[in-house]
Design a protein around this ligand. Structure first.
Ligand code: SF4
Length: 444
């Protein structure tokens, strides 16, 4: 049963030393009560207090950081099974996999893709997260060489994959200080792997078949002193991954099996239909996804899907209201009004740029609602438009008083004209038609 903040506070050392990152013991206790902090952050808790607080105060899925500083990403610390219940917080890291049997050129090419490739969607820079290097050759020298090749090409978060402790150890000489994720400890080698992880302060993947074996291995490695664990569920098929990963998430967030409260690892190269495996990993709780370098089309699909799944469904992505310029608009340029729902903004912006007609976009604050929803909810109205025209000084930017409004806001056209004194032109409902509309309808 979850403890209340005051009960937790009574067990804390009350030094108010801030070493846990909170200003006081009380604020730390409140975070613990909400499952938003880890008791290990307080270095002064004695073993008795730790055992009382135990798993009831930890986030149900541990936050694990892979890499350091700018070359890092954090996964885990999730609280719900379904995104609409709250939100998903930490998007999965997607890493390209290379092996030490590939040529230096091939390894460098994959690394450069991760370092250089990105695209902007709804205002966010979308890119992959790092490189996973697999020891396929069995040679420690070849593996260390492959890791050094990646290291010399880019500063990226790494996953070191291999069965041989010697090879992993040789590679860690090159990159151990950057906290790579080590893959993987099994029932057979967990002692050596835990020693390696502790020696370099690295997170560790544990790999087992079946939830009982996985639970037992997680507990064993945690008792060995390695707390930053990630779990490879060894799925045999896409279906196996969905069912196992869903069970793990459910057992972890309900704290039914706290020892399963770690992020999940997925090697998509081992399953049929890699693109489908990556997509399933994104939607079904994988936190670290390793894949062979994706095609340009699959890259767009995977990064777009990840962005969509990991946006907060309760907070529409918003643009700041204001007057935005497309090209270098003059005094006679058209002014197009729309809402601050970012998908609307970026869709319209893209089509307007394609028209090559310099213009202004007047973005009004509908709290991130789309045009249709904002009109229905009364958030988009003549008063808002009037105030926005004034606030952003539109009259001084252009020599006319014509305002183009979205087609879906047509019912407001009369009221906007009355409130603002501007002539309202009703634009198309579909942003894709804005080019044709401007070429045909726009007259100074
Ligand atoms: Fe209190 Fe411990 Fe945080 Fe210090 S580290 S403020 S003693 S909870």
């Amino acid at each position: 049963m979850a403890l209340k903040a005051l009960d937790i506070y009574k067990l804390l050392p009350k030094k108010n030393c801030k070493e846990c990152g909170d200003p006081t013991c009380l604020t730390f206790a409140m975070k613990l009560a909400g499952g938003k902090a880890d008791i290990d952050l307080c270095p002064y808790l004695d073993d008795q207090a730790k055992s009382v607080l135990g798993a009831t105060t930890r986030p149900p899925i541990r936050l694990v950081k892979i890499g350091v500083g700018e070359r890092s990403f954090a996964v885990g610390e999730e609280f719900v099974l379904y995104r609409h219940e709250k939100t998903f917080y930490h998007p999965p890291g997607i890493l390209f996999k290379v092996s030490d049997t590939q040529t230096k050129e091939e390894i460098t090419a994959a690394t450069n893709r991760v370092r250089n490739e990105s695209f902007v969607r709804v205002g966010a820079d979308l890119r992959f997260n790092g490189i996973a290097i697999e020891n396929v050759s069995g040679s420690s020298d070849a593996y260390a060489h492959a890791v050094a090749t990646v290291e010399s090409a880019a500063d990226l978060p790494l996953v070191l994959m291999g069965k041989k402790v010697d090879a992993l150890s040789a590679a860690l000489v090159h990159c151990g200080t950057y906290r790579p994720l080590i893959h993987a400890a099994t029932q057979e080698n967990f002692r050596e792997m835990c020693t390696l992880a502790k020696q370099h302060g690295c997170p560790l993947v544990i790999k087992a078949k079946g939830l009982d074996e996985l639970t037992s291995l997680a507990r064993t490695c945690s008792n060995e002193g390695v707390r930053d664990l990630v779990m490879d569920l060894s799925p045999q098929s896409l279906f196996d991954f969905i069912t196992t990963s869903t069970s793990v998430r459910q057992l972890a967030i309900t704290r039914t099996v706290p020892d399963l409260g770690y992020p999940v690892f997925l090697d998509a190269t081992l399953l049929d239909l890699q693109d489908a495996a990556v997509a399933l990993g994104i939607v079904k709780y994988a936190s670290v996804i390793v894949a062979a370098p994706l095609s340009p089309a699959s890259t767009r699909a995977a990064l777009t899907l990840r962005q969509n799944i990991y946006t907060d469904p309760q907070k529409p992505i918003q643009m700041n209201p204001g007057l935005y310029r497309i090209g270098s608009p003059g005094k006679d340029a058209p002014v197009l009004m729309t809402v601050n729902f970012s998908l609307t903004f970026f869709t319209l912006e893209g089509y307007l740029e394609a028209t090559r007609i310099p213009c202004y976009m007047l973005i009004v604050d509908t709290e991130g609602l789309s045009v249709l929803t904002a009109v229905a909810a009364g958030k988009l109205n003549e008063v808002l438009v009037r105030d926005s025209l004034k606030k952003f000084n539109v009259e001084n930017e252009v020599s006319h008083k014509k305002l183009i409004i979205p087609g879906y806001a047509a019912p407001l056209s009369g009221r906007i004209e009355e409130a603002t004194g501007w002539t309202v032109m009703v634009g198309p409902r579909d942003a894709a038609e804005i080019g044709e509309y401007l070429h045909e309808e726009w007259k100074k």
